[in-house]
Write a protein that binds this ligand. Structure first.
Ligand SMILES: [Zn+2]
Length: 389
């Protein structure tokens, strides 16, 4: 979706409409550079329209925009059957397809998305090639969330090659969202769509998804029973899983022989499954990895002088977070003062409940985490604390 290709498209369409001026029916649809401009979460709409494989969102028509006896809401889906642009179900539900059979008329744009999909899907070919049942090496096929996380990471890696970028450069919002539109393709949707895990809402009156991220998990797809409250649990698996792998590469790439490539190869060729495979590559216990990763999602570039382990060297997460157009996509810890407080939270596997405890002039303070019965936390849960100031 580069500016250059948009300009080419606009030029082509203007020529086309001059030729077709005598026949209004042959007129191409007018070119609109930013069809979602003005909507909250414009970039997320663009993602749904252009790159996201499968998602739905509900929209409500403005008052009196639809006749009183017509449905007042519609379901917007990325893709409808046969790539239709719309359908009405027998129960009256109206569905609109964003990625319909209608082409954009911009071959360059379509090609750039094709390259993105190729990077993604070719990773699956490698994964299935290594882990097919009965393979002689005893390699296990990783769970879907690992495979999708890796395929999403591949989009970024190939994107860097295409755009001449490199990792470890702490890119911010402008690169992540390609705001300068200097390159074709949305290569970095892994990092931008982390917003879904943080509580992104596309409602017309958006408010942060309650209990996100702690009740959303990246350890499974929706079809596998992941039914957390986040907008799209598959996005959480793809993109939060991606972020874990990105953090892993940032942290261990410089010290593991063979770097990022060796890490990813080792995961795709592993005999352990999921988090255990990831831990086996780094020789760091998985609870430590998950705690440091979770801390890094909030701490990175937000807290001066933070331990390097709690940062991403490739992305400036704070810059991305604070500049998001749709504020519901920002990581928002529960704010608590140092005076006494009690909270009950449930946390899904792999996820984290974030609290930010602040206040001035307070002596040493204790925070105690107990299970629902007042006992010690179950072995699968960890509490970690980062001093921010
Ligand atoms: Zn995939």
């Amino acid at each position: 979706m580069g500016k250059a290709s948009r300009r080419r498209t606009a030029g082509r369409e203007l020529q086309g409409s001059a030729r077709a001026a005598k026949d209004p029916a042959a007129q191409p649809a007018p070119f609109v550079a930013r069809p979602f401009a003005g909507l909250p979460g414009e970039t997320d709409w663009v993602a749904l329209r252009e790159v996201v494989p499968a998602a739905t969102a509900t929209i409500r028509f403005a008052p009196e925009a639809a006749p009183g006896d017509a449905p007042q809401t519609a379901t917007v889906a990325t893709v409808l059957p046969l790539a239709w642009s719309g359908l009405r179900r027998v129960d009256g539900e109206v569905m609109v397809g964003l990625q319909s059979g209608t082409t954009t008329g911009d071959a360059v744009e379509e090609l750039s998305n094709a390259r993105l999909l190729l990077a993604h899907e070719f990773t699956h070919v490698i994964q299935y090639g290594r882990g097919f049942p009965g393979n002689a090496e005893g390699v296990v096929l990783q769970p879907n969330w690992v495979n999708e996380a890796q395929a999403t990471l591949a989009e970024e890696i190939v994107g860097d090659r295409v755009t001449g970028r490199a990792r470890g450069r702490n890119y911010g919002y402008d690169v992540a969202f390609n705001t300068a539109e200097t390159t074709d393709g949305d290569w970095y949707r892994g990092i931008t769509l982390l917003a879904v895990y943080f509580g992104l809402s596309l409602e017309s009156n958006p408010k942060h998804v309650p209990n996100a991220p702690e009740q959303c998990s990246f350890l499974g797809l929706a079809v596998e029973g992941n039914n957390g409250p986040c907008l799209n649990n598959d996005f959480v698996a793809y993109n939060t899983g991606y972020a874990l792998l990105r953090w892993l590469s940032d942290q261990f790439g410089p010290v593991v022989p063979g770097g990022e490539k060796a890490i990813q190869r080792s995961i795709a060729g592993n005999r352990s499954v999921g988090l255990a495979a990831i831990a086996s590559v780094t020789h760091v216990p998985v609870d430590t990895l998950l705690a440091q990763f979770a801390a890094a999602l909030y701490v990175d570039d937000r807290v001066p002088g933070a331990a390097p382990r709690l940062t991403f060297s490739s992305w400036n997460l704070f810059d991305i977070d604070k500049n998001r157009i749709n504020p519901t996509g920002r990581l928002a810890p529960r704010e608590r003062a140092f005076s006494g407080f009690t909270d009950a939270v449930s946390v899904r596997g792999g996820s984290t409940a974030y609290f930010r405890v602040s206040g001035a002039g307070r002596a040493a303070t204790a925070i105690r985490a107990r299970d629902a019965g007042g006992g010690a936390l179950p072995a699968a849960m960890r509490m970690w604390v980062v001093r921010l100031q």
